[in-house]
Design a protein around this ligand. Structure first.
Ligand code: AMP
Length: 424
């Protein structure tokens, strides 16, 4: 028997209510902030991720699903959302549009990761990107879209972790300070960190190896090295967050190891767990467009994992609104009844009523059981007597009442709530 590939999931109808709820709120929040939906392909040139995410990152070195297609093209399954959005922005000349260009996407993404709770090989993200503007108001806006989205789902006890990593003007001095600090402890660092010390000391702060943690805890803070302009940008972002009472904490360990990231970095954490299970995060990436061959273009964005959001909804006992259930179930006993049921259900559907028909070879009792297990409100019974009389028997399964009605009246009674069912 086939099974879904490791690290992927089927979403069954009873669980899809969560997905529909989360996706609807994502669209609603993005659109409330003026973001337009962008849809990009599931496959891209592998080189887009090599350059846009960066060699030396886990995503590119270990996790990317890359392959050659039958035309010998180097392609990769989408590993994250930002590089494809920037690629589309440049490809379609969106620089010509009024800035910032505000874009959102709901995507699937693929990483060859070790599957565990909240970590999959195919997962889904809600992403927002605001491209073309350096205003700190936009950094705050991006954080707010994510924040308001999570609150709109009813999630509680979340916190925003915030940091600034400055820009090209202040980064060299900070890197040097890190190098000097970690060099004193280099013999006690893990082999990866010893390498990072030479290549990219910022990435040392991201290390998860327990024995490195005490050294990371004592490392210099980015914000102590910000240039006056970068410090001012960071202050403004915080001012806007304070205006909206967003509970943020400055977390000096929050960094992005790649040079094209600038200024703001943030994550949203649930109250009970640490960085491993961030609900989402993002930041400013003013150097990304150049990195993938475009003109210098600022940008800021976030990504949040929908599987993780749904896990948190379940942990907090938040139920999504119920999916529309079958309202009417036609119980039929013979071919003539089945034909009437095909016509009746077509009329019901034309009036927006979800309905279904019992299938061949099932007893009336089995059909009634199925109607009940689907939580249908009405059973529409079409037997021999009904066919002869040109009627149906309409049973209200919730009110336990029953009446015989002509075909057309039955459709009205079902499709118009509050009418039709008269206690006889
Ligand atoms: P990243 O693109 O790595 O910054 O991740 C952004 C968000 O996507 C994370 O905060 C998670 O919510 C989610 N995410 C990342 N990787 C995975 C994964 N392998 N499985 C499920 N969700 C993920």
């Amino acid at each position: 028997m086939f099974r879904s590939p490791r690290g992927t999931q089927d979403v069954l109808p009873e669980d899809s209510a969560y997905w529909r709820f989360v996706e609807a709120q994502a669209r609603r929040q993005a659109e409330l902030f003026g973001y337009g939906e962008l849809r990009t392909p599931t496959i891209e040139d592998t080189a887009l991720f090599l350059r846009g995410v960066g060699e030396g990152t886990d995503i590119v070195d270990k996790e990317i699903y890359s392959f050659k297609d039958k035309g010998d093209n180097d392609l990769a399954l989408r590993a994250e959302g930002t590089a494809p959005v920037m690629r589309a922005y440049l490809q379609h000349g969106m620089q010509q549009r009024p800035i910032p260009v505000r874009l959102y996407s709901l995507i699937n993404a693929f990483r060859y990761d070790r599957p565990q709770a909240g970590r999959y090989r195919e997962f889904h993200q809600f992403n927002c990107e605001a491209i073309g503007d350096v205003d700190p108001l936009i950094d705050a806006e991006i954080i707010l879209v994510l924040w308001e989205f999570l609150l709109s789902l009813g999630l509680q006890n979340l916190s925003v972790q915030l940091n600034s990593i400055g820009d090209q003007t202040c980064r060299p001095a900070y890197k040097q300070a890190l190098q000097e600090y970690f060099s004193q402890h280099s013999d006690k660092l893990c082999p990866d960190c010893q390498r990072r010390l030479e290549t990219n000391p910022l990435r040392l702060l991201d290390c998860k190896v327990p024995s490195c943690q005490p050294f990371i805890a004592g490392a210099p803070n980015t914000i102590d090295y910000l240039s006056p302009e970068c410090a001012e940008h960071f202050e403004r972002v915080q001012d806007y967050l304070k205006l909206r009472d967003v509970p943020y904490t400055i977390n000096p360990r929050l960094v992005r190891g790649l040079d094209y990231y600038t200024h703001t970095v943030f994550e949203v954490w649930p109250a009970t767990v640490g960085a491993q299970s961030a609900l989402g995060g993002g930041g400013r990436y003013d150097g990304l467009a150049e990195q993938i061959g475009g003109p210098s273009t600022p940008g800021v964005g976030f990504a949040t994992g929908l599987e993780r959001v749904i896990l948190n909804l379940k942990e907090q006992g938040i139920e999504p609104p119920a999916s529309p259930a079958v309202v009417a179930y036609c119980v039929v006993m013979n071919e003539a009844g089945r034909q009437e049921a095909v016509k009746l259900t077509a009329e019901l559907r034309a009036r927006g009523v979800p309905c279904t028909i019992g299938t061949r070879g099932r007893s009336v009792r089995a059909q009634m059981r199925q109607a009940n297990s689907l939580a249908a409100q009405f059973a529409v019974i079409i037997g021999d007597d009904e066919i002869t009389a040109g009627t149906v028997t309409l049973r209200d399964l919730l009110g336990a009442t029953e009446q015989k009605l002509p075909f057309a009246n039955a459709v009205d009674a079902i499709a118009t709530p509050g009418t039709g069912m008269i206690n006889e």
